[in-house]
Design a protein around this ligand. Sequence first.
Ligand code: LMR
Length: 404
Amino acid sequence: MFQDVAVAPPDAIFGLAEAYQRDPDPGKINLTVGVYQDDAGRTPTLAAVCAAERRLLAAGGSKTYLPIRGTAAYAAAIERLLLGAGHPALTEGRVATVHTPGGTAALRIAADYLQTTHPGITVWLTDPTWANHRPVFAAAGLPVRELPYLDRAEHRLALDGLLAALAVLPAGDVVVLHGCCHNPTGVDPSPAEWAQLAAVLAERRALPLLDVAYLGFADGIEEDAAALRLLAETVPELLICNSFSKSMGLYNERVGSLTVVAGGRAATEAVLSRVLRAVRASYSNPPAHGGGIATLLLDDDELRADWLTELAAMRARLRRMRRRLAGGLEARGVRLSAGGNEFLARQRGMFSFSGLAAAQVAALRRDHSIYLLESGRISVAGVNPGNLERLCDAIAAVAPRSSP
Ligand code: LMR
């Protein structure tokens, strides 16, 4: 059986990170995976996380299974974080949350639930979107299509095209949106644009699925949660896939969640029961350690304050690098768009969608050992004061310059 199996292509994101590791060039630059790095290129464990781990260790505890759903404390903390304490959906008992191993498992469990419980639906992704969205939904057997999202010439949201496409969606189709810090573009709807999107989703009776992997990386937790809170007030039903990989730096602990918002208590319980069946048939029940850390960071006032301070520092460093990248290119006469490079500084979150074409990306890798996604996505976290000049020089060597 195995004799004639064709080799699968490498993963669009992690495959590149592995190619970077194999590159012997000492000046190589890794702008691939969205993993936060400090100015020295390290990914340290947050001090608040270390403090939480010490508490967990001191408390002893057991390695017995968690419930399929995870702990009630974790679920309650996530619901307050995402929706805000006192949100009507919470007080009306219309919310249920399951602890998943990372945001990817949250997406896959949502996909498995949708595929088994709502046959005939289509999942709509933004064009472009996270490279793993399509594989996750397709692996669950769901048909996947794309909505216009980015005006590539202007580096802005293609609002008219998006609204027009949403206005003809069949009821019950699923629309996957990024709660904040859209990956890969860094282009988010404004609050007024979110209100327009929410209204048309409600009118079409489409089901929004919000992927929230970078909460706190744009303006702060509360500000970044505003869009999903607005949606939860406008539409009766909603799925939210959340990840603490980035915001708490818990990448390899695999800490995430799937939240269901339904129209009433009974519907919430019914959907939850189906979601739990999908979990049991997949990974059975979640790993405890990362969830324990996240619960402490969310529930303990002191740890929460320390975490938010560290998150603010990560956010500020990314902004600084984003601005310095735009400025460094400007200084070299590089114009990545007709309007200049200002769009790079405007983008939000961990990524810069540079507009570099696949051939330029290939040249950066071949001639300069600089690794970014074929789409032109740069993980700004990989940019630091030590490699910024070299990066700008290399981009100047492959990208068009304005006439002198
Ligand atoms: C990314 O987009 O680089 C991150 O979300 C990591 C991943 O799992 O792809």
